[in-house]
Design a protein around this ligand. Structure first.
Ligand code: FAD
Length: 407
């Protein structure tokens, strides 16, 4: 038997094998299993042990607009899937459609933000400009000393670990096999279009392979001689201790968005929208919320420094001072813990969702960058539809991996 020659130990067969137990992989497992496919998911650590469990838990949502594009599909579609996970399937993922507030602190930001509100509203999106007093009527801790806020009524939040684990459990309930502590060490295309996947524990054979390994899609591509240009970008966060409920919205700032719009930090070989270039800060970025347990959690820095999971203390202090400018209560709340995680950024900022060229039955859902928690489930659902039907959903044209994967 040919198969027995290359399988050292146990061999498991599946229709589709997914590598990665983050939000992209676990939700892909659910939507493939829901369609009756025999699915195996391999995660080298625990479910949600990387970016999907370490993020801030903020969800986008400015509406579908008059002409929904990929961004609307991923963000608004995922929001519906978060709701369905909690309300429809009954998982407590701490989902709340709480709305968001983006602080405007300078005249230049005000002009940029005002133009953004007019432009997006005329395209059918849901956002509005508020004065500080109007903002305080819905977020009493908002500073009266900033120039204004943009209000996004549709934004939401959810607990990253609970959500990612809920997707994995739901997938298992629909028949998927989810295996943790299974690092993939070798990938091999078999001549008939199927795949051999090796881990130190077990060997697998699958009809189709999905790379959902976040910032580690590049190293998996290396196993196949493919250049998958997804760069590891470190994000870092901090949290206060447990406080009484004080913040209702997810909070962000206009500072970085207006800097990036002016072209700051751009370059051919670096992903867009980083806070640092060549080791120096180019802007301050900020996002956060208060969790159900009462911690106020914030972060913002995005640095291209490889797979370094350290924390830059100076960056944390700069971020906390920035938050205190917008939410003065934070100034007197000590930091209780800090952490970092690795985000998967493509060089053009767009995700990679679809078929990888040069190989049969090889797919990817990756490059979800700084908003993959809020966009991952719909990215995975669209990929599942592609795999099931063999036809690429039209909206995935923008995310075609063929634009950047080489060999
Ligand atoms: C600090 C921080 C804050 C963020 N805040 C937000 C936010 O508020 N909102 C938002 O929408 N997004 C946010 N993000 C981005 C978001 O977390 C990511 O875009 C998203 O989690 C990526 O999901 P993923 O499943 O693609 O990757 P990951 O979550 O990284 O999952 C990939 C998995 O693959 C596994 N893996 C890798 N190699 C192998 C292998 N060889 N074998 C087996 N398994 C392997 C890893 O162990 C990992 O578990 C933030 C990210 C960070 C770091």
């Amino acid at each position: 038997m040919v198969l027995l020659e290359w399988h050292r130990g146990v061999m498991t067969e599946s229709d589709t094998l997914i590598i990665g137990g983050g939000i992209a992989g676990t939700s892909a497992a659910l939507y493939l299993a829901q369609n009756g496919r025999k699915v195996t998911l391999l995660e080298r650590g625990d479910i949600a042990s990387e970016a999907s469990g370490l993020n801030a838990g903020g969800l986008g949502g400015i509406g579908w607009g008059n002409a929904p594009d990929l961004s609307s599909y991923l963000t608004m579609g995922s929001l519906e899937l978060f709701k369905d996970l909690q309300i429809g399937l009954g998982y407590d993922i701490e989902f709340r459609q709480c709305g968001g507030l983006q602080a405007i602190q300078t005249q230049a930001q005000y002009e940029f933000g005002g133009e953004k509100v007019l432009r997006l509203r005329s395209s059918g999106y849901d956002l509005e400009l508020l004065s500080p007093r109007e903002a305080q009527s819905i977020e009493p801790e908002a500073s009266p000393d900033v120039l204004g806020f943009i209000h996004f009524p549709g934004r939401g939040q959810a607990d990253p670990v609970k959500t990612t684990r809920a997707f994995a459990t739901a997938a298992q309930n629909d028949g998927a096999r989810v295996l943790t502590d299974h690092p993939v060490t070798k990938l091999k295309p078999l001549g008939d279009g199927s795949w051999s996947v090796e881990t130190p524990i077990e060997e697998f054979r699958a009809g189709a392979l999905v790379l959902a390994a976040g910032a580690w899609c590049g190293p998996l591509g290396d196993m196949l001689g493919l250049n998958i240009p997804i760069e590891p970008v470190r994000g870092q966060m901090w949290a206060t201790g447990v406080l009484p409920p004080r913040l209702h919205h997810v909070i962000s700032s206009m500072e970085s968005e207006s800097s990036w719009a002016s072209g700051v930090g751009e370059g051919p070989d670096v992903p867009p929208e980083l806070t640092h270039k060549d080791g120096s800060r180019i802007t301050r970025h900020l996002y956060g919320r208060q969790t159900k347990t009462g911690e106020i959690v914030f972060g913002g820095d995005r640095e291209l420094i490889g797979f370094d999971l350290g924390v830059n203390a100076e960056g944390i202090e700069i971020n906390k001072d920035h938050v205190a400018e917008i939410l003065p209560l934070v100034a007197d709340s000590p930091i209780a813990r800090t952490w970092s995680g690795i985000m998967p950024f493509s060089l053009d900022g767009q995700p990679l969702i679809g078929k990888i060229p040069h190989h049969q039955n090889l797919f990817i859902v990756g490059g979800l960058a700084s908003s993959g928690f809020g966009r991952g489930p719909m990215a995975a659902k669209l990929l599942a539809e592609y795999i099931r039907t063999g036809h690429r959903p039209q909206v995935l044209a923008e995310a075609d991996p063929a634009r950047c994967v080489s060999w």
